[in-house]
Write a new protein. Structure first.
Length: 142
């Protein structure tokens, strides 16, 4: 049996996809929705109250990190030819080591960000859904 605690968080962020064949090659933004799915690291590892993790802990770790680091900012690939000029114009622009597709954003958050944030909680983020629009999303799972 698998027991999962799930919570979503909405925030706004801009990006562009270098090399995209359509409109996404241009600077634009999304109202992102990240849906987090957490599982216990131990078999049958529910806490004494019967929870995987308190939902408020997901909020204070994963959701709060998004608010502080990505909300209302512009994410650009560090290989984007415009990254340096954009950073000079706006301190809310930051670069990442990947082309910022929904798939790559989810993979990066799942592999690099979440493990550190959840280090002492006894749970792991095992699946993330990154919605760019209500019709388009990417799912990354361990």
């Amino acid at each position: 049996m698998k027991i999962i605690a799930s919570r979503y968080h909405d925030f706004c962020m801009g990006h562009r996809v270098v090399g995209h064949e359509g409109k996404c090659k241009n600077f634009h933004g999304h109202n992102y929705r990240f849906t987090f799915e957490c599982e216990c690291l131990t078999v049958g590892g529910l806490d004494v109250l019967g929870r995987v993790i308190d939902f408020s802990v997901i909020k204070s770790t994963l959701c709060q990190w998004l608010e502080e680091n990505w909300d209302h900012k512009m994410m650009l690939w560090d290989q984007d030819p415009y990254v340096d000029a954009m950073k000079e114009m706006d301190n809310e622009v930051f670069s990442v080591p990947f082309n910022p597709t929904a798939e790559n954003i989810g993979k990066y958050f799942l592999e690099e960000i979440a493990p550190e944030l959840l280090l002492d909680t006894g749970v792991s983020l095992t699946r993330i859904q990154v919605e760019e629009t209500r019709k388009c999303s990417a799912i990354v799972e361990l």
